[in-house]
Design a protein around this ligand. Structure first.
Ligand code: SAH
Length: 353
C-alpha cells in the first residue's frame, strides 16, 4: 500500500476524521510523501502543464506589466520582486529576461521566492542560476518594502474546506476510514459566522468552499501593497464566487479520484477571487480572462516577432502555444487574472479598475 495512505489511515483511526483542508495539505506538502515535496510535476512527462511552461511569452508579458506598474508608481527603490509558488522557476526566468531593458528595475530589485518544496527550490536555483535569491516558507518574513508579487497557479494549491449547507447551519466534508479505506464523510451541523452572507445565495445541500490560507495571504499582501506600494498579479483558474465542489485530483494529465493515491496526484480547487477581493484592504482590479489580459499586453505582436525566427515543427508548436494561452476553448477563459494595487494608483497594464 502507498506509504502516505497507510499514515493517513493510522492517523484517522487514532484521531478521528480529518477536515478536507488537512487531507489536502498533507497530500501536497508532507515532507516525505507529499506531492510537491517529492517531485517535479510539470510538463509533458508530469501531471500538468502550466502557462509559463507552454510559452516564454506568458512570463515576458507578466514581467513587463509588473515593471510598467513599478514605473507608474515612481520606480520605488529598493523594492521586492516576489513570486509565490514558482514551480520550475520558468516564469521568473522569463520575467527577469524581459525586464532587463527596463532602466533601474534590476538595480533596485530584491528577489524573493515563496516556496515550500525543497525539491522545487533546487530546480528554481538551477533554472535561475543566481546567487541573490531569498527563499521563504510564507509571507511573514518578507522585508517591509514595496512589493511586486506574481502568483500563477499558486492559490489553487492552497488547502480548502468544503462546507455543505444544512438549513441555517453547515456540515464540513471530512476524510474518514470506511471498510479499511479512505472515504468522504460529513461532520454534524455547525454554525459558521464567516458564511452568514452565503446563506443568501445558496440552498440546502449546496457546497461552499473556503480557503482560509488564501484569505490570510490576500489580507497580508494587500495590506503591504496598500501601505508601501506595489502590486500583486494573481493568475489562476476559478471565478468570482465559489459554488459547488471544485476539488480535483490530476494524475498523468487525467482527472483522478482524490482519495485513490494520496501524495501521487496533484490536488487543486478553483480560486474564489471574490473572497480574495473581500479580504484585501487594497484596491483590486476587475477579474479578467487570461486571454483578454494577454491580448491587451500585446501577445499577438510578440507572437509574430518570435514566429519570424521559427520554421517547421517549432513554428507549429509556437502557434499552438499562442492559441493554448489565449483561446476561449483552451486556457483563455478558464484562467483569470486579478491584481491588487494601492488605492488611488492605476492597476497593472492589461487590467482595469
Ligand atoms: N507557478 C508555477 C507552479 C505552480 S504549482 C507554474 O505556473 O508553473 C504550485 C506551486 O506552489 C509549486 O511550486 C508548489 O510547490 C508551491 N506551493 C504549493 N503550496 C504551497 C504553500 N502552501 N506554500 C508555498 N508554496 C506552495
Amino acid at each position: 500500500m502507498n506509504g502516505l495512505r497507510r499514515l493517513l489511515i493510522a492517523q484517522i483511526r487514532a484521531q478521528g476524521p480529518m477536515p478536507l483542508a488537512e487531507y489536502m495539505a498533507t497530500c501536497l506538502m508532507h515532507p516525505e510523501h507529499g506531492y510537491y515535496a517529492t517531485r517535479d510535476p510539470f510538463g509533458a512527462a508530469g501531471d500538468f502543464t502550466t502557462a509559463p511552461e507552454i510559452s516564454q511569452m506568458f512570463g515576458e508579458l507578466v514581467g513587463l506589466s509588473l515593471a510598467q506598474c513599478w514605473l507608474d508608481q515612481g520606480a520605488p527603490a529598493p523594492f521586492i520582486l516576489a513570486e509565490a509558488g514558482p514551480g520550475r522557476g520558468t516564469m521568473m526566468a522569463d520575467i527577469l529576461r524581459a525586464t532587463k531593458a527596463v532602466p533601474g528595475f534590476h538595480g533596485a530589485m530584491q528577489l524573493h521566492l515563496i516556496e515550500a518544496s525543497q525539491t522545487l527550490r533546487h530546480i528554481q536555483q538551477k533554472t535561475l542560476g543566481r546567487e541573490d535569491i531569498i527563499w521563504h516558507e510564507g509571507f511573514d518574513d518578507l522585508p517591509n518594502l514595496p512589493l511586486y508579487l506574481v502568483a500563477n497557479e499558486f492559490f489553487d494549491a492552497l488547502p480548502i474546506r468544503q462546507m455543505v449547507r444544512d438549513g441555517g447551519l453547515w456540515r464540513e466534508r471530512c476524510v474518514g476510514v470506511k471498510d479499511g479505506d479512505l472515504s468522504f464523510g460529513l461532520t454534524g451541523p455547525m454554525a459558521m459566522a464567516g458564511l452568514m452572507q452565503r446563506l443568501e445565495d445558496t440552498q440546502d445541500g449546496d457546497i461552499v468552499e473556503v480557503c482560509p490560507q488564501a484569505l490570510a495571504l490576500a489580507e497580508r499582501v494587500g495590506d503591504r501593497i496598500e501601505a508601501k506600494g506595489g502590486a500583486a498579479l494573481m493568475i489562476d483558474y476559478g471565478d468570482w464566487q465559489s459554488l459547488g465542489d471544485t476539488f480535483q485530483a490530476l494524475e498523468n494529465h487525467a482527472v483522478a479520484d482524490p482519495l485513490a493515491h494520496p501524495g501521487q496526484a496533484d490536488l487543486t480547487a478553483h480560486v474564489d477571487f471574490a473572497a480574495l477581493a473581500l479580504a484585501t484592504p487594497s484596491a483590486y482590479s476587475r477579474l479578467t480572462p487570461q486571454g483578454v489580459f494577454l491580448e491587451r499586453l500585446g501577445i499577438a505582436q510578440r507572437a509574430q516577432a518570435l514566429a519570424a525566427g521559427l520554421s517547421g515543427a517549432a513554428l507549429e508548436n509556437h502557434i499552438a502555444a499562442h492559441r493554448r494561452l489565449t483561446h476561449g476553448a483552451e486556457m483563455g477563459t478558464l484562467f483569470k487574472v486579478m491584481a491588487f494595487y494601492p488605492k488611488g494608483a492605476a492597476p497593472p497594464p492589461g487590467l482595469e479598475p
